[in-house]
Design a protein around this ligand. Structure first.
Ligand code: PLP
Length: 455
């Protein structure tokens, strides 16, 4: 029976306001993303008024295959009537996915521990490294984002996310791309793991230097530390290879995969590790339950992951990410040449960042970047977002199925926008709109709730 989908927008907003995440609803309203999307296919989304949008945010990295890819829908349909094995019995889909992940991962990574989200995958890797080395502390890089669970907050470099929750104190931060600082830390031989992203997505699309990861991997081996490569956002074709590790000719001890592994349709993740780590931590009847969770590696998520990997390969999406990414990067650089509000445009494959320049501090800079996204959405129907740890960077991370026509549309739109907004003073109107919007929303809410209105 089809689900009864209720598209009464006012009622939906009322329910969210009263019972749901009312803060996020306000955020959506301020930056005009309070749309009700009723249909999606590939790069496109349709709202309840029939307006079409193109998705250049890509679900923060979970939509490498775009929306509702037919191969994923087919995989789910084929499972009708097949039991969804969750932590019980023999799971054929998990067996096949384990082999597939070993085949596509860098050499030596052969065993999969299945999870349901990125942060859970990171936690699985930290646990594995601690049990393997008998050490506790973990080294992470400045600017890193590894999740928002309690343990991952300790290695996510964002004071705002951490402060209210008091994450456990087991981590040491080193500057990203600074191999000497890493060696000074690791040589104490007290660290279980060094965890790093090859391209820091939420940190503002910051790319690892060409030798950094290989040198870091060598240092980890030298000082008995587990080298964990977090490819939760960069993996599965995003930067032009199946994994970024290939670009850097590096093979970590544990590779982290999630987000697009479930094809953007189901939650899925895997920490893919070496036989040595697996044997010590999880092998044998006594240890076999150590890494299991109720839904980690269930039949449906594994079947979707198999379909997602097959599709990335058969449609050559990594190669497409490389070609389309280069065109976008070159086009954006050319358009923004001489614009006083653009500090830098950088990227790898289809992970591109536009950093805004703002003399009045990071907060206003973040507000400006979000206001630019809101304006591109309003005018051109382009969906974008900012990086979570560095909100002055607009991220361009479209699905990897993107075509030349989508790229041209984006560049033409950005060109049109830049022709109107050449400098900071012309952009101040956009900033003002966001601030006025914010106060209007607060005022209307106060009136609706019968509170006193001060603004
Ligand atoms: C590199 C990286 N690691 C981990 C995570 C956490 O993933 P999740 O939000 O699924 O917990 C993210 C999420 O953005 C990420 O980009």
């Amino acid at each position: 029976m089809a689900m009864n989908i209720d598209f009464d927008e006012a009622e939906i907003q009322r329910l969210l306001n009263k019972y749901g995440d009312n803060g996020f609803l306000d955020y959506c309203r301020i930056f005009r993303i309070d749309k009700l999307f009723v249909k999606a296919q590939g790069m496109r989304l349709w709202d309840s008024l029939g307006r079409v949008y193109r998705d250049f945010l890509g679900g923060y990295g979970c939509l490498n295959l775009g929306h509702e890819h037919p191969a994923l829908i087919r995989a789910l349909r084929e499972l009708e009537g097949v039991p969804n094995m969750a932590q019980f019995g023999i799971n054929p889909f998990q067996a096949r996915l384990s082999r597939e992940l070993a085949l596509i991962s860098p050499a030596g990574l052969v065993r999969s521990l299945f999870t349901n989200s990125g942060a859970e995958t990171v936690e699985a890797a930290i646990k594995s490294a601690r049990a393997f080395t008998g050490r506790k502390p973990v080294v992470y890089a400045a600017g890193a984002y590894h999740g928002k669970t309690l343990a991952t907050l300790a290695i996510t470099d964002n004071v705002f996310y951490r402060a209210p929750f008091g994450p456990p104190d087991f981590s040491v931060k080193v500057p990203f791309n600074d191999i000497k600082a890493l060696e000074r830390t690791l040589k104490k031989r007290t660290f279980a793991a060094f965890i790093v992203e090859p391209v820091q997505g939420e940190g503002g699309i910051i790319i690892a230097d060409s030798n950094y990861l290989k040198d870091a991997s060598d240092l980890c081996a030298k000082y008995g530390t587990v080298f964990i490569l977090d490819e939760i956002q960069t993996g599965l074709g995003r930067t032009g290879n199946m994994f970024c590790a290939e670009r850097y000719s590096v093979s970590p001890d544990i590779l982290l995969i999630s987000k697009s592994l479930g094809g953007g349709i189901v939650p899925a993740g895997s920490a893919v590790m070496t036989e040595r780590i697996w044997r010590k931590v999880y092998a044998g009847i006594r240890n076999c339950g150590q890494g299991l969770s109720t839904f980690g590696g269930n039949s449906r998520s594994c079947a979707c992951a198999l379909a997602a990997i097959n599709t990335i390969r058969s449609e050559e999406l990594a190669a497409n990410a490389q070609i389309m990414g280069r065109r976008l990067l070159e086009g954006l650089r050319e358009i923004s040449m001489g614009l006083s509000w653009v500090r830098d445009i950088r990227g790898a494959g289809l992970m591109i960042g536009i950093e805004v320049k703002m003399p009045f501090g990071r907060r206003i800079g973040g507000l400006l970047a979000s206001s630019i996204c809101a304006s591109l959405l309003d005018r051109y129907g382009i969906i974008l977002g900012v990086c979570l740890n560095n909100k002055m960077v607009i991220r361009v991370e479209p699905p990897l199925i993107i075509t030349s026509e989508d790229v041209e549309y984006f560049l033409d739109s950005f060109r049109g926008f830049c022709a109107q907004y050449k400098d900071l003073s012309s952009l101040s109107g956009l900033l003002k709109d966001s601030v006025v919007n914010y106060f209007k929303i607060r005022r209307n809410d106060a009136i609706k709730q019968g509170r006193e209105v001060f603004l």
